[in-house]
Design a protein around this ligand. Structure first.
Ligand code: FES
Length: 154
């Protein structure tokens, strides 16, 4: 969906800034907004570009840098940590050959930490997009990654 189409769904008031940013970022394959796009949003709402940038940098779920098509968020709160989150993380960093905060060269995956995903009883957990994976083991992580890689080549 084009930015213009999304903007036109909302009244021209600053109150909708976060909704617009969320709504538009969701449509972007690489989960980020460019400077140009932020400028267009600022113009539409008649707010300063610095206001839009400050909202973007305040909330960690917004990005001004392209990410992988699939953002893998590893829970690193205490219950997951105590249930061997470390081996999940190691498996991912080894298989993808990147560290937390990085994106694979083919722009397919980004690895990030997240706080509790609400699945502590089935720790360790991670999320890819809208989907949460629980009771993870290194083998389960390998199978999940293979499935996502397969989607790309399907
Ligand atoms: S601490 Fe990881 S899901 Fe709650």
């Amino acid at each position: 969906m084009q930015l213009r189409e999304i903007l036109e769904k909302y009244p021209k008031t600053e109150d909708y800034l976060i909704e617009i940013l969320l709504d538009y970022q969701k449509t972007k394959v690489h989960h980020y907004l460019s400077e140009e796009e932020l400028k267009e949003i600022a113009n539409y709402l008649n707010v300063s570009e610095s206001k839009v940038s400050s909202v973007m940098t305040f909330y960690t779920f917004f990005s001004m840098k392209p990410k992988g098509e699939y953002v893998i968020q590893i829970c690193h709160d205490v219950p997951c940590y105590l249930n061997d989150q470390n081996s999940v993380q190691k498996t991912l960093t080894n298989l993808l050959n990147i560290e937390i905060g990085e994106t694979t060269e083919d722009k397919m995956f980004t690895l990030e930490y997240t706080s509790c995903l609400g699945a502590c009883d089935k720790a360790p957990a991670m999320r890819i997009g809208e989907k949460t994976f629980t009771s993870l083991t290194p083998n389960k992580v390998k199978a999940i990654l293979a499935e996502y890689r397969g989607k790309k080549h399907a």
